[in-house]
Design a protein around this ligand. Sequence first.
Ligand code: AMP
Ligand code: MG
Length: 351
Amino acid sequence: MKTIISTIRHDEKDDEIYKKAAKILQNGGLVAFPTETVYGLGADALNSDASAKIYAAKGRPSDNPLIVHIADEEDLYKLSCDVNDYAKKLVKAFCPGPITMILKKTDMVPDTITGGLDTVAIRMPSHPVARRLIKDSGIYIAAPSANTSGKPSPTRASHVIHDMDGRIDMIIADDTVDIGVESTIVDISGDMPTILRPGFITLEQVKEVLGKAQMDPAITEGVAAGVTPKAPGMKYKHYAPNAKITIVKGQQDKVIEAVNRMAVESSRSGHNVAVMASSETAPLYTAGQVIDMGSRNDEAETARKLFAVLRQFDESGVDVVYSESFPTDDVGQAVMNRLIKAAGHTVIEVS
Ligand code: AMP
Ligand code: MG
């Protein structure tokens, strides 16, 4: 398949791009587009043949449901039969924005995009390209991240082209994705609002708006054997580059010492080694290719860089990575959640 790649110019010439993309979506095709979190791979959510193409293009397991992207609050009532007070409060506080709500679905929503669940994930993105695409096409757009399943989510058009060129109808390129990690997912279909995936909007912020909220134990403790996680995506390998990542935690000077020692050993045994460090400590690492992940006081910067850095490891043939643990006060919650998954839960504590 020939993939149309169109770059947004932010002038009237863009009209043609939106027209073409809208037509493709209306005809059951696939269009990748930027959002404020990561690039999405969109199809008509109400057309099962169209959403089946998303699963095929990504190699995504069919039981891993998709997030439906809408433009306006009133669309919630079409997709959910129970738009409760939690939903109304979250919409008022955070929408449009990087939050996904899990709600009871209406019959209109096909089982094919919910993995057979009776709930649906709904998000109202704030990115102007995403918003215009939803409005111009008049379609509820089912869109997971536009990466090959298991790989880091795309934050740049080049990432989408790498994974999807030749597999989808169109890629809208506009490198203004500024958060860099996927939306916060909150399950509000039950009594206790539960974060199923941390994101830019934190547990504390959700708690402040709803009065109560909890983190799904599967996030903090991992998915226990024999347990079906609430977000089916949780059980799959994710964000993983080819490199083996080890996270090293503990007192700063001990971490630096341990990483320097392990990096030298790995280099000696022939590995191509990288170290992920904060701006403050990066100069103290003496072996491997040292990657500055941003200041420890700027969690947003680390979030913006994370997936691009993970992808770069594959490009440059890095096969062993040692990473510091980063602060988790704000979006760092989401950063560490992704990084731990990328590391396949390999975390060493030094003392
Ligand atoms: P992605 O769009 O690739 O960022 O992944 C979407 C995430 O949302 C996956 O982890 C899904 O398992 C999760 N998700 C989507 N729909 C639901 C739902 N109805 N209930 C729980 N989790 C969901
Ligand atoms: Mg994804």
